[in-house]
Write a protein of this length. Structure first.
Length: 240
């Protein structure tokens, strides 16, 4: 469940209060007991001293996070130029496999009612939409307490046309340019398998072939920097 209060300031919108609760945090609590290199939740400390964990498992952060689900704000989609109709179709695609309406415990209902009494309005009830007021959002934990992750989306895939490499680490993206001054285009990736053997995977000569970077808020920019894309002051550290 998520209870939130939102407000607008100038052209920016932000959350002033977010409360997330789920049936069980068994994914992260279990991982906190394992600090080995093989743990599916790798510990790290940010440059500003915040202790955190990043997922190292099929399913990514959905395996260890708080389990709360909400759609992006419409304002964000418009601001970033994303196709709103396509985004809504994608939401439905994900929600059919992963997302559930939570069962509110007594204390959660009490907090929710308290926010409404305090004037955090309107009362939006249960909704996946990111809107101003108080709402009960979705959860990726079902009614039996079982967690569902992004890995469940592989059920949509045709097993004859997909290959999943477990325990593989992507080292960099391979870019190419067709002529001087043209914009570089991603054409492949370099990765190492569980045995440390280097592999290079390239796109097929097909207009539908593409490389999709989904390494999370930390992993995606890290991989781009390893490839030579990012703040100039940081790139020398990665050899560029």
């Amino acid at each position: 469940m998520a209870l939130k209060k939102s407000c607008r300031c100038s052209k920016w919108r932000f959350l002033t209060l977010v409360l997330v609760a789920e049936f069980s945090f068994h994914g992260l609590s279990y991982a906190e007991k394992d600090n080995s290199p093989d743990s599916f939740a790798q510990p790290f400390i940010s440059e500003d001293g915040v202790f955190h964990r990043r997922a190292r498992v099929l399913g990514g952060g959905t395996v260890i996070n708080g389990g709360f689900y909400t759609r992006a704000e419409t304002f964000f989609l418009k601001q970033t130029g994303l196709d709103e109709a396509l985004a809504n179709d994608s939401y439905n695609w994900v929600e059919k496999k992963l997302v559930y309406k939570p069962v509110l415990l007594q204390w959660q209902s009490a907090v929710r009612n308290g926010l409404l009494e305090a004037g955090v309005l309107p009362d939006n009830g249960f909704t996946y939409d990111h809107i101003i007021g108080t709402k009960t959002g979705g959860t990726i934990l079902d009614r039996t307490g079982n967690r569902h992750t992004a890995a469940d989306l592989l059920e949509y895939a045709n097993p004859r046309r997909i290959k999943v490499c477990l325990h593989a680490v992507v080292h960099k993206i391979i870019f190419t340019t067709t002529k001087v001054g043209s914009r570089p285009k991603a054409e492949g990736v370099i990765f190492y398998d569980a045995n440390g053997i280097k592999h290079m995977a390239y796109l097929k000569n097909d207009s539908r072939s593409e490389i999709i970077l989904l390494a999370g808020a930390i992993g995606s920019p890290q991989l781009l920097m390893l490839t030579g894309i990012g703040p100039a002051s940081r790139l020398p550290r990665t050899g560029y």
